[in-house]
Write a protein that binds this ligand. Structure first.
Ligand SMILES: *Cc1c(COP(=O)(O)O)cnc(C)c1O
Ligand code: SF4
Length: 406
């Protein structure tokens, strides 16, 4: 950082403190007074932020605050970090728990939606509270990790369900826990034979890259395969510090994938999204998902239309490296899970023929094998089951019974 000296003076910090993640956490900006030292605020804005803080927390790490352009109200970093009175507005469709994470929870902290993987929320604490957070009903509520007794219940549940082969550890941000607490979780999960893959969802590489210490990486490495999903939303978040953090993870053999949220005025333009995904590949992060903004309360001003998202995807596929193209998904309200959406490339289908269009809109014909060839019989659920059977109608009741019995 070329302005490091200036920055350290502003924060009365030594370089060692600045690079220490615990210093970063204990010096977070959490009130209007402190914020006004770093971001230009009018009296009206101060009042609006103070009103917001009665309902939702603010916490901005000094590092992430240093990326804000103080005078620019449309600064994409500022918009993700600084509260906006619009958060107090309820928009049509808003829900407290749109993804039914609490409803689909067999034991506290655990969501079991898909057959072979679970989501484990190990803490409600984050290093920064993102204004657009989908889990804002939880994030920052008590600033505490899941009590050990509840963690142990979650492990028992996973242990007694041999279909679970993938555990997604999220929160809050699990990397706000100490290395020892993380290692406890990893040890317990690795002791379960059928758990193949362990994933962490953490935004620390973006908002607190100092957290990715060599010690943390050495510890994680012992429990491979460990994967990390992080959350970059804008090319300006790709900095020397965040790049170095990701390089340390890569060196420890941890593949890093990215889950962006489509945010109005932040990244809902094709050229910005393209710059983001290309920038991510340069630091060895694979763009994984692009989420349509959820229906959580008070984030209506961040939502953009699904057609905008589709247009952005149209501008990526074929126009840049396939590795840079994420899957655009809507996490279905009511707990339906992630549903991929995007431009249609399939124009028409007839007997043994499929008509397609490519990224430039040129039309092609693909001749298919006979219907019986290439058939596989691995799934009997849902549409996949319908395609394997001789039925002509999808029996949803039967499907529900199967789901309950499993
Ligand atoms: C997103 C999510 C997962 C993981 O989904 P993948 O598509 O495998 O990344 C698992 N459980 C829940 C509840 C989720 O929301
Ligand atoms: S880091 Fe994740 S859980 Fe925490 S506030 Fe941001 S989006 Fe929400």
């Amino acid at each position: 950082m070329d302005n490091l000296k200036e920055l350290l003076e502003k924060w009365y910090a030594t370089e060692e403190q600045w690079n220490d993640w615990r210093w970063q956490i204990s010096n977070r900006i959490t009130n209007v007074d402190k914020l006004s030292q770093f971001v230009h605020l009018t009296p009206k804005e101060k009042d609006g932020i103070a009103a917001c803080l009665k309902k939702f927390r603010m916490a901005i790490t000094p590092y992430y605050a240093s990326l804000i352009k103080s005078e620019d109200r449309q600064c994409p970093i500022r918009m993700q970090a600084v509260p906006n009175p619009k958060e107090l507005v309820c928009t049509r469709g808003d829900m407290r728990d749109p993804l039914h994470e609490d409803v689909d929870s067999p034991v506290p902290g655990l969501t079991h939606r898909y057959p072979d993987r679970v989501l484990l929320l190990v803490t409600d604490c984050c290093s920064m509270y993102c204004r657009h957070c989908t889990r804002r009903r939880i994030a920052g509520q008590n600033d505490r990790s899941l009590p050990k007794a509840q963690l142990d219940r979650a492990f028992s549940y996973i242990r007694s369900n041999p279909t679970i082969r993938d555990v997604v550890i999220s929160g809050g941000d699990p990397f706000t826990l100490a290395d020892e607490q993380l290692e406890y979780i990893l040890k317990k999960l690795r002791a379960i034979k059928h758990v193949e893959v362990i994933r962490f969802g953490t935004r620390t590489p973006v908002v607190l890259p100092q957290r990715i210490t060599p010690e943390l990486c050495n510890m994680l490495e012992k429990y491979h395969p460990v994967w990390i999903n992080t959350h970059f939303n804008h090319p300006r978040e790709i900095t020397p510090a965040s790049s170095a953090a990701v390089a340390r993870l890569a060196k420890a053999g941890i593949p890093v994938n990215n889950q962006s949220v489509l945010l109005k005025g932040i990244n809902d333009r094709a050229h910005i999204m393209k710059k983001l995904v290309q920038g991510l590949l340069k630091i060895r992060i694979r763009p994984y998902y692009l989420y349509q903004c959820d229906l959580s309360e008070g984030i209506g001003h961040f939502r953009t239309s699904v057609s905008t998202g589709i247009e952005i995807m149209e501008n990526l596929r074929g126009h840049t490296s396939g590795l840079a193209v994420p899957t655009y998904v809507i996490d279905a309200p009511g707990g339906g899970g992630k549903i991929p959406i995007g431009p249609n490339y399939l124009l028409s289908q007839g007997q043994g023929k499929t008509v397609l269009r490519n990224f430039e809109g040129k039309v092609y014909l693909y001749t298919e094998p006979d219907a019986e060839e290439g058939k596989n019989t691995t799934s009997n659920l849902g549409i996949a089951g319908l395609m394997q059977s001789n039925d002509v109608i999808l029996n949803t009741e039967e499907k529900m019974i199967i789901a309950k019995g499993s």
